[in-house]
Design a protein around this ligand. Structure first.
Ligand code: ADP
Length: 210
């Protein structure tokens, strides 16, 4: 059972997935908030029932599954609806990630939480022992986002603007992984962090007077 849980966050296309794969390659269990969020509203789930109660059956598709596009449209220009959606999904995701980390084998586990800063920061995730922020300058971030998702520069800029700022993110960081170099530099830094986290996860040593 992992004693120690690291929250990994960063802006869109900063390199969270790439970094989490590097941890996984070192044998570390990683849990993903995006996957947990999809499972939280899977057909038949209490999460989906709560959303239907809040927003009505209009958010379902013909198969009775959550129609994500409709849900997005519903909350797009309505901050109250967005808060309501998050008040259903976020607590389920937090509980799920905490449980996955606790159950993970190995000395520590990594929870990838893209919206850690936006979703209440450290207070909302009090069970995290450490927060690692993947950081990259906005120009590189936009360049990688455009290349990965094949979107326009303009849309990429708007997506960045809708997220927490670099300053807000760095304010909750214990460790910062600057992903401005080549992918192998990122992997090397993950190796260094892995050694650090293994040490931090060790139980306290007892030096008794005998
Ligand atoms: P996130 O999970 O934070 O959205 P990704 O890990 O998917 O970000 O990285 C965004 C894109 O940038 C991906 O296409 C990835 O392959 C690429 N990428 C990540 N790190 C680097 C790097 N150091 N150099 C070049 N490309 C990178």
């Amino acid at each position: 059972m992992a004693r120690f849980c690291v929250g990994l966050t960063g802006g869109i296309a900063s390199g969270k997935t790439t970094a989490s794969r590097a941890f996984a390659a070192l044998g570390i269990t990683t849990a993903d908030a995006d996957i947990a969020a999809r499972q939280a509203v899977a057909p038949g789930s209490p999460g989906l029932a709560a959303l239907v109660q809040a927003f009505g059956t209009g958010i379902l598709d013909v198969a009775g599954e959550l129609d994500r596009r409709r849900m997005r449209e519903r909350v797009f220009s309505d901050p109250g609806a967005k808060r309501q959606l998050e008040s259903v999904v976020h607590p389920i995701v937090r509980r799920d990630l905490a449980a996955q980390c606790a159950a993970a084998p190995g000395p520590y586990a990594v929870a990838v939480i893209p919206l850690l800063t936006e979703g209440g920061g450290r207070e909302a995730y009090a069970w995290l022992d450490r927060v690692l922020v993947v950081d990259v300058d906005a120009d590189r971030q936009i360049e990688r986002l455009v290349q990965r998702d094949g979107i326009s520069l303009e849309l990429a800029g708007r997506m960045l603007a809708a997220q927490a700022t670099q300053r807000q993110r760095l304010a909750i960081a214990d460790d910062v992984l600057v992903n401005a170099g080549a992918p192998d530099a990122l992997a090397r830094h993950v190796g260094e962090l892995d050694r650090r986290y293994r040490q931090l996860a060790e139980p306290p040593r007892v030096f008794a007077p005998y």
